[in-house]
Design a protein around this ligand. Structure first.
Ligand SMILES: Cc1cc2nc3c(=O)[nH]c(=O)nc-3n(C[C@H](O)[C@H](O)[C@H](O)COP(=O)(O)OP(=O)(O)OC[C@H]3O[C@@H](n4cnc5c(N)ncnc54)[C@H](O)[C@@H]3O)c2cc1C
Length: 418
């Protein structure tokens, strides 16, 4: 495993250099419309925060949980960071992750590339967005959607002119736009965080020689490391769920073999984790990407629009990008239908390409492409790196000024126009 190269050693300087992406004011035709957001996690809270910045007068988030969840670590790309900075969200835990490395369990580096990312905790993002989201009604479960109303569990009807569905991978509102089946990827992710600093500035993927599997680790700041290990097996959470706590005996058995299976660095982190901090998330994505993200007065954002495997660290990022583009599209909208249709048109190709890329790169990793040495060549078979291409993100990529980021964007745009 190579020592981290500090191309961006000064995180504070990089943070300062990133543009704060502002939200333009919404047109008068839509700013006065009643917007209801179903789901108050990363996607729903980002929508509410962005729309309030755009000057929307009535935005209500309906979230079935009674409080914000904790979650583990999350990778945040530069576009999302520009949006969060623009919204005034400050993250308590924050580390740079400017490099990606694929390594063997022995520590040998197999592939290394620059990576425009930061890492933090889900809880920090949610807390920061909730503070800007305005009217969030916790403990409000939507049970039915009617024309111009959503109906809550207790029978209350909440009127809307525009409904933004941010109700996650098992969205019950998705079918109002386009029906899709969720596909189980065939594996579950063991996950945990441990109070130990990790390898600075590097998102590391560890490849096992014979398990046809891989693990991940990255430092999320404040001396804490986030790790994951994928295991091929049937889903472990109950029906209708994706995340499950792990029986203590099972967690200890997993920890007992971690060092021998995953090597000193990842195995050592797993071993040092408090077993009560270990949980599992089953991995799903949509069978095929949606062809549109909106219909009439309903739009989908986040996992409701594009449930995605975690291999490109894009799920939360795409949710934040969606929210920002949705708010930007309101600037020139003449009514709700054209507003949501414009949002959909501007996001469809990006989210579809990203979902496919994520599935592809997950398969390559699980099939040992990095160990065979053809990872780099094969990862480029599909649009690489999955950076958002809408021109509203151009100021972010311009900051880097290197051919790396601009090349990827140009290649993506060329493909879209072919
Ligand atoms: C192992 C793993 C690692 C990941 N790592 C990363 C990463 O590093 N970077 C990244 O960008 N992404 C990552 N992701 C993806 C990320 O977790 C999701 O994409 C993200 O949480 C999606 O946000 P969301 O708001 O769209 O949906 P969700 O987080 O699923 O939230 C949906 C919300 O809607 C609410 N809801 C649902 N139904 C109703 C209803 N009827 N009424 C009211 N409320 C309702 C739910 O309670 C929930 O709060 C990872 C995912 C996994 C599985």
């Amino acid at each position: 495993m190579a020592a981290p190269v500090d191309g961006y050693e000064d995180a504070a300087k990089l943070l300062e250099a990133l543009p704060r992406l502002g939200v333009p004011l919404a047109s008068r035709s839509v700013a006065s419309k009643r917007v209801v957001v179903c789901g108050g996690s990363v996607g729903g809270l980002a929508v509410a925060a962005c729309l309030r910045r755009a000057g929307f007068e009535s935005v209500t988030v309906l979230e079935r949980s009674v409080r914000l969840g904790d979650g583990a670590g999350v990778g945040v790309d530069d576009a999302s960071m520009g949006i969060l900075l623009g919204l005034g969200v400050s993250l308590e835990s924050l580390e740079t992750t400017r490099w990606i490395e694929e390594v063997a369990t022995t520590g040998e580096t197999l592939f290394r590339a620059p990576y425009p990312y930061w890492s933090t905790r889900y809880a920090d993002i949610r807390r920061g967005l909730a503070a800007s989201a305005g009217n969030v009604r916790w403990g409000s479960r939507v049970v039915r959607v009617e024309k111009e109303y959503v109906v809550l569990e207790d029978g209350e009807r909440v009127a809307y002119d525009a409904l933004i569905a941010a109700d996650g991978p098992r969205s019950s509102t998705r079918e109002l736009v386009e029906a899709r089946e969720l596909r189980y990827a065939g594996y579950t992710a063991w996950r945990g965080t441990v109070s130990r600093p990790g390898i600075r500035d590097v998102l590391t993927f560890v490849h096992h020689e014979s398990l046809a599997s891989h693990g991940v680790l990255y430092d999320i700041g404040n001396g804490v490391t986030n790790w994951l290990v994928y295991e091929t097996r049937p889903p472990s959470a109950g029906a209708g769920k994706t995340t499950a706590s792990v029986d203590p005996r099972e967690a200890r058995a997993f920890q007992a073999v971690a060092r021998s299976e995953w090597g000193e660095v990842l195995g050592g982190m797993i071993e040092a984790t408090d077993f009560s901090e270990i949980f599992r998330t089953d991995v799903y994505d949509l069978e095929t990407p949606l062809t549109r993200l909106a219909s009439d007065d309903v739009a989908l954002v986040g996992d409701a629009a594009h449930a995605v495997t975690p291999h490109a660290a894009k799920g939360s990022n795409m949710a934040i990008h969606d929210a920002y583009v949705l708010a930007c599209a309101a600037a020139t909208a003449s009514d709700v239908t054209t507003w949501l249709a414009d949002y959909s048109r501007r996001r469809e190709a990006d989210v579809s390409a990203t979902s496919r890329f994520s599935r592809h790169v997950g398969r390559l990793r699980n099939q040992g492409a990095a160990l065979r040495g053809d990872f780099e060549e094969r990862v480029r078979e599909v649009p690489y790196l999955a950076l958002p291409t809408d021109p509203v993100f151009d100021p972010v990529w311009a900051v880097h000024g290197t051919s790396f980021y601009l090349d990827h964007r140009r290649r993506r745009r060329r493909r879209r126009h072919q």
